[in-house]
Design a protein around this ligand. Sequence first.
Ligand SMILES: NC(=O)c1ccc[n+]([C@@H]2O[C@H](COP(=O)([O-])OP(=O)(O)OC[C@H]3O[C@@H](n4cnc5c(N)ncnc54)[C@H](O)[C@@H]3O)[C@@H](O)[C@H]2O)c1
Length: 270
Amino acid sequence: MKIEDKVAVVTGAASGIGKAVAQSLVSRGARAVAMADLTDSVHKWTEELNKEAGRTVATAFQGDVSNTEFRQHVFTETAKIGIPRICVPAAGILRDAMAVKIDKETGKSELYSEDLFRLVLEVNLMHPAYWSMQMMAGIAEHRLTENLGKWSSEEEIQGVAVIIGSVSSRGNRGQVSYSSAKSGLGAVAKTLNAEGAYYGIQTKIIHPGFVETPMIGQLPDGMFEQQLRQLVPIDRMIKPEEIASTIVHMVENPIISGPIWADGGMPPMT
Ligand SMILES: NC(=O)c1ccc[n+]([C@@H]2O[C@H](COP(=O)([O-])OP(=O)(O)OC[C@H]3O[C@@H](n4cnc5c(N)ncnc54)[C@H](O)[C@@H]3O)[C@@H](O)[C@H]2O)c1
């Protein structure tokens, strides 16, 4: 699907991959990009992006992507400019800890926190599913009002969602919640892709490896250099712009269904 003149919604847009995706969409001529993020820096980045573009193309929305009203507000406001046809729900969090920890002194075990597990599932699994579904709902309703039935291949693709998985979706020590959420996203993408075909909407998933963003900054000091770098055949971290350009390609090219492994050749970690 051509990006030029399309309306897009990007979450996690104040940092890392989301921010790079928003920049790429603007540079490809998107008509509007809704930039959603929890942090107030989303306002600053939106202003900078508009200044760089020399036009008002990006709009900041500050809020929690797990919140239903916030999600609906972003889509309703954005649809005033045009129906969102690109969705990249990139917001994500890490809450890593071993599944079971044993206190050697007391001999007692501690299980991974249920509250953290729920939080990670809400943000990393449910949010990408629901934001992609919200885009599908808008396009489906619009087709109904236009008396358009089942999509035909003579039409342009009507919408594309690109969901961000992870190499951790294959399972990883210390990431019981994160890997479960990322693994579940594979099924979300396949299901929405199958259901969305009726409306001409594609849902795809990309699995990045280690990407140089503040999220990776949460790893213990020196961990990438000392332990992880040797697992990556390209012998470096991936840049957020490289993931963004792959995502843009996935949006533009209808024959790519994904999953795309954008991991620099990294084998499974478990
Ligand atoms: N960095 C990596 O190595 C890597 C690898 C694989 C997958 N990913 C995935 O890529 C996506 C982007 O990660 P990143 O590396 O750019 O991370 P990042 O920490 O740089 O950015 C994540 C953004 O999401 C926002 N966010 C978090 N929770 C939110 C919430 N509840 N509501 C609204 N915004 C929220 C944060 O404020 C932040 O701006 C995530 O889904 C992450 O799991 C990252």
